[in-house]
Design a protein around this ligand. Structure first.
Ligand code: FAD
Length: 639
């Protein structure tokens, strides 16, 4: 059994990272040249890590399943990235960003990690500006900021509604520079399908060349996973269609513990589902809640159009319930409030499963041109999808799956429970507790990649300088490749009747209905049995077109859905185990009289880290107790 040691450095919270950096072991430049590191993922976390490690002198191999690193899901990020720079002079500080994040996560994250994140946040902006990222600027030339949910300051840096794209182009340029110098070898269209462990340490991966179908063995002194989130377990989500769990799930099955798998984020402002044909949901960025006002009619089942409903007959329910934060309450709080109004019969639109996000006031105040300069591309996207012009009529929005706070458990060094295996960005469980604040994912991914891993990995590799590259004919590589080959052969041999897509959609429905925005014991127990039955059906009746030794998206998806089925069960186990509500994990049995999440700090102030024990065997729960030395545990209030 692996040891669960969070390795938080001793000392004052505000000094931990500084002291760590001054005392951590180093690898000298000559030795770095002989050390090889595999990075799985080229999104913001992976690209920033790979570029930084290569810059330091390590030999790096990067893998991604897209045709270019630039197509990683990070490119979809819209609204912005947080940093405690206090440019707005509105009272922001490192401590405030730390506190907002701990509170926003409903006190289920590690203080030391979050403080470090807040500390390095300011460096990220400097780094990106130096790379040429075109952040929005004010008339005087200073970088502009705006507000996101769960905070009362303006600390979100942005590049219109394309912040992820611009940041990724910056990280990609840094990565490309290293590719050009020969420090990084890029493997596009390659999917990692297994981790190779030798003498208890991560020493490589098995990857499939997605064009030829050929399996490849790759050695690394260390392996870094930066493979993104697993929100697509719900089938419908705002994530890119390719986002999946395979890389981390395979690592989990090889011994990496999975942290808080049931902590998933529902985003309040997504375009509502329009029918059963849909395979993707679209986000309307949280930045819109800076100026958009959320409301429903005061009358149930009101048949009138939005513009026909007079002001006094509108219920601005977020402003009513949470006067201090208003429309900028955190995502979990806003999502639940919208669902509550719709469930109570006040929803709008044909499905009655939507609320309005209205820009009439801000347009009256500053004019269409100013609104367009800030949010133009989002308004355009909304109009293209719905056929409605949000400058003239309010947007309709409803909550949807957006992000996964859970992920592979990592210690302060970002190392998993497998020595030499690291996890960065959305695929780890680290900094957001039970609910992530808006604009904090990009901050975390880039903090991990540019500023944390480059230090922490050296501490491990300093002990590995004498290890020569291990030849890939080692039995552990052969064994790992064999298991991948057997799974592919098994999938191709089933020849059933149901498409992968159809089975995925069925899984998503079970997960959303029972382990989505609201969960209860009965539903979770039923869902567990349903997912298990569906998994068995999948392995008997899935139909995969094409062949294994060619470009075969159906086969790729089948492997990913097979892993989602197993992960789904673990998420349900985790949700069942956590008999409290916190952040995005809302157990209906545990709520306050006002319908807010009711935590149980006596029994659940811990990270649930699950150990895989084998096929059809229950996973074992390990608890990492969360100690709060600096913040006071309290019921969250945004009133
Ligand atoms: C629509 C949308 C808007 C968002 N807007 C914001 C925002 O404004 N601000 C904010 O902070 N956050 C935002 N987020 C969240 C944020 O975009 C993500 O959390 C973040 O980009 C994840 O980055 P990452 O590097 O961890 O993973 P990703 O960008 O998902 O990259 C994953 C990489 O791993 C690779 N990969 C995965 N599995 C394998 C495998 N098995 N083998 C090989 N390669 C693999 C992929 O090819 C890819 O390169 C948004 C999310 C969505 C869905």
């Amino acid at each position: 059994m692996a040891q669960l040691d969070s390795k938080i450095p001793p000392g004052e919270l505000s000094e931990k990272w500084t002291d760590y950096r001054s005392t951590v072991k180093l690898v000298n430049p000559a030795n770095k040249r002989h050390l090889e590191i595999i990075v799985v993922g080229s999104g913001l976390a992976g690209a920033s890590a790979a570029a930084s490690l290569a810059e330091l002198g390590y030999k790096v191999k990067v893998f991604c399943f897209q045709d270019s690193p630039r197509r990683a899901h990070s490119i979809a990020a819209q609204g912005g990235i947080n940093a405690a720079k206090n440019y707005a002079n509105d009272g922001d500080s490192t401590f405030r960003l730390f506190y907002d994040t701990i509170k926003g996560g409903d006190f289920r994250a590690r203080e030391a990690n979050v403080y470090r994140l807040a500390e390095v946040s300011a460096n990220i902006i400097d780094q990106c500006v130096a790379q040429g990222v075109p952040f929005a600027r004010e008339y005087g030339g200073l970088l502009d900021t705006r507000s996101f949910g769960g905070v009362q300051v303006s600390r979100t840096f942005y590049a219109r509604g394309q912040t992820g794209q611009q940041l990724l182009l910056g990280a990609y340029s840094a990565l490309n520079r290293q590719i050009g110098k020969g420090q990084v070898k890029m493997y596009n269209r390659h999917e990692m399908l297994e981790t190779v462990i030798i003498d208890g340490k991560a020493r490589g991966i098995i990857a499939r060349d997605l064009i030829t179908g050929k399996l490849e063995r790759h050695f690394g002194h260390a392996v870094v996973l930066a493979s993104g989130g697993y929100g697509n377990v719900f089938y419908l989500s705002t994530n890119a269609m390719g986002c999946n769990t395979t890389a981390i799930w395979k690592a989990h099955k090889k011994g990496a513990y999975f942290g808080n798998p049931c902590f998933t984020q529902i985003h309040p402002t997504c375009i509502p589902i329009s029918g059963d044909h849909q395979s993707k949901l679209t986000l309307m960025s949280e930045s819109l809640r800076n100026d958009g006002r959320v409301w429903v009619p005061k009358k149930k089942d009101d048949p009138r159009k939005a513009i026909e409903i007079p002001e006094e007959e509108r219920d601005y329910f977020l402003e009513r319930r949470y006067p201090s934060f208003g429309n900028l309450v955190p995502r979990d709080v806003a999502s639940r409030a919208i669902k509550e109004r719709c469930d109570a019969g006040y929803g709008v639109g044909a499905s009655k499963q939507a609320a309005y996000l209205d820009f009439a006031d801000v347009i009256k105040r500053v004019g269409e041109d100013t609104v367009s300069a800030k949010y133009g591309n989002l308004f355009e996207m909304y109009e293209k999808i719905t056929g409605e012009n949000p400058y003239k009529v309010p947007m309709r929005i409803y909550p949807a799956i957006h992000y996964t706070m859970g992920g592979i458990w990592v210690d302060y060094n970002l190392m998993t429970t497998i020595p030499g295996l690291y996890a960065l960005g959305e695929c780890n469980f680290s900094d957001h507790g039970a609910n992530r604040l808006g604009a904090s994912a990009l901050m975390q991914g880039l903090a991990d990649g540019y500023f944390v891993l480059p230090y922490t990995i050296g501490d491990y590799l300093a002990g590995d300088i004498a290890t020569k590259p291990i030849p890939t004919d080692h039995p552990a590589f052969a064994e790992a490749e064999k298991s991948v080959r057997e799974q592919i052969e098994k999938l191709m041999s089933i020849g059933g009747k149901q498409s992968v897509e159809h089975l995925h959609k069925r899984l998503g429905k079970i997960m959303w209905n029972n382990c989505g925005m609201a969960r209860n014991e009965k539903g979770l127990i039923e869902a567990k049995a349903a997912v298990k039955a569906l998994r068995e059906e999948f392995w008997k009746d899935v139909r995969i077109l094409g062949k294994a030794d060619e470009f075969n998206p159906d086969l790729e998806k089948a492997g990913r859905v097979a892993d989602f089925m197993e992960l789904g069960e673990l998420m349900i186990d985790d949700a069942l185990n956590r008999r409290e509500s916190c952040g995005g994990h809302f157990r209906e049995e545990f709520q306050t009289e006002e319908g807010e999440a009711k935590r149980d700090d006596t029994n659940f102030a811990y990270v649930a880290a699950w150990e895989y024990k084998g096929k059809d065997k229950p996973s074992e729960l390990h608890k990492e107790e969360l100690k709060f030395d600096t913040v006071h545990l309290a019921q969250r209030s945004y009133k």
